[in-house]
Ligand binder design. Structure first.
Ligand code: MG
Length: 382
């Protein structure tokens, strides 16, 4: 399916100064994270979009790097069109389709992005748009001069999607026109007919404080909580390091495993993947792969966090119970909690860790193995 459209790149323009909102609107908090992070997450959910170029000042780039590791950055120009040109110049040579999007439209759906890309593949150029709801009049000197025929009016949104050569030609020919408010106007001037793709009114551009209130309501209404369950068990063998939740604990025995055998991190990672319905860590890191022998489980956790973010999800809470006979874990509770909070990039107060003995029953009771059970609760955007 990912080949149906071919390699597509997104150029997200987020260079505005936020004159109407007092500060850059792309960075205003929405549902607990910056507006622009929501926007990027929407494109991350489209498998055809293989590259995301964000046109934004250096100070914003630092904030985005905390959320995403694979963005390409370009610097904004004096006008929106110059910013688009700077972004398009960074598009991968393999890209056949380019989607240009406003950073301040965080509620675009993956389905609408996909619809618009399909239309560009068929027609060369396409824009998301909604029928105008209000009656639109032109005016001069405080009086109506004309009432426009509403049935033919569409309000253009983004993304606006193009076959690469069509967009590049339009930017080269007409890209110096200062008054153009979108690049579709330039493509129209080249004679290419731009396809209108029906969108929804949710995909609004955050421009005024009222827009942000509406966006908060949409984010709240479209966020669901899901819980996943994780379990792991490893043998304890003499002479191995004992690593629990990323903390090395002095003990005569440690976990036997392909990795460092950190049962707590493994169980939490499986709980996260469970909440996403995205398999388990044995699929992401097959024990048969010699290149990952001895891998640090923190690296496994980082990969799982990347998968989680690609699903547009965020961790809300984790709770893990280690079941082991020895050593005594209680003295290490706080060190393990702090480590888990660091590894999973969460506030300490949403991370729970505890341990139980197995009352000397069975293999765990004899100190031959230890196991962990964990739950992870995620906020997922629908
Ligand atoms: Mg394991």
């Amino acid at each position: 399916m990912a080949d149906a459209l071919g390699f597509s790149s997104a150029v997200i323009v987020a260079g505005g100064s936020g004159r109407r909102m007092g500060r850059p609107k792309q960075l205003l908090p929405l549902g607990g994270k910056p507006v622009l992070v929501h926007t990027i997450e929407a494109f991350k959910q489209v498998p055809f979009v293989r590259q995301i170029v964000v046109v934004t000042p250096p100070e914003n780039q630092g904030i985005l790097k905390k959320y995403f590791s694979d963005l390409v950055f370009a610097l904004p120009g004096e006008t929106r069109l110059e910013s688009v040109k700077n972004g398009v110049a960074c598009v991968d040579k393999k890209a056949v389709l380019i989607a240009v999007h406003d950073g301040a439209r965080p509620l675009v759906s993956a389905q609408k992005i996909t619809d618009c890309l399909h239309a560009a593949k068929t027609y060369g150029a396409a824009v998301l748009a909604v029928p105008v709801k209000d009656t639109v009049k032109t005016g001069a000197d405080g009086f109506v001069t004309r009432t426009l025929d509403r049935s033919s009016l569409w309000a253009a949104q983004t993304p606006q999607t193009y076959q690469r050569d069509i967009l590049e030609r339009a930017l080269a020919q007409f890209g110096s026109e200062k008054e153009a408010t979108d690049e579709s106007q330039l493509v129209e001037k080249t004679g290419v007919k731009v396809r209108l793709v029906p969108s929804d009114y949710k995909n609004n551009k955050i421009t005024t404080p009222e827009d942000l209130v509406c966006a908060e309501a949409w984010v709240g209404a479209s966020t669901v909580y899901r819980t996943g369950l994780g379990f792991d068990l490893h043998r304890l063998e003499p002479g191995r390091k004992l690593v629990i939740g990323g903390v090395e604990i002095p003990h005569a025995k440690g976990f036997l495993g392909h990795s460092d055998g950190d049962v707590v991190l493994h169980a939490i990672c499986d709980a996260i993947l469970g909440a996403l319905c995205a398999g388990e860590i044995g699929i992401l890191f097959p024990p048969t792969d010699p290149s990952i022998k001895g891998i640090c489980s923190v690296d496994i956790a980082k990969k799982v966090l990347a998968v989680m973010r690609e699903h547009g999800a965020a961790l809300d809470h984790i709770d893990a119970t280690l079941i082991t006979e020895e050593p005594k874990i209680k003295p290490h509770y706080e060190a393990v909690r702090r480590s888990l909070a660091r590894v999973f990039e969460m506030p300490l107060e949403r991370v729970s860790f505890k341990a139980k003995s197995h009352e000397k029953v069975g293999e765990i009771g004899r100190g031959e193995a230890a196991m962990c059970q964990a739950v992870a609760t995620l906020k997922i955007r629908q």
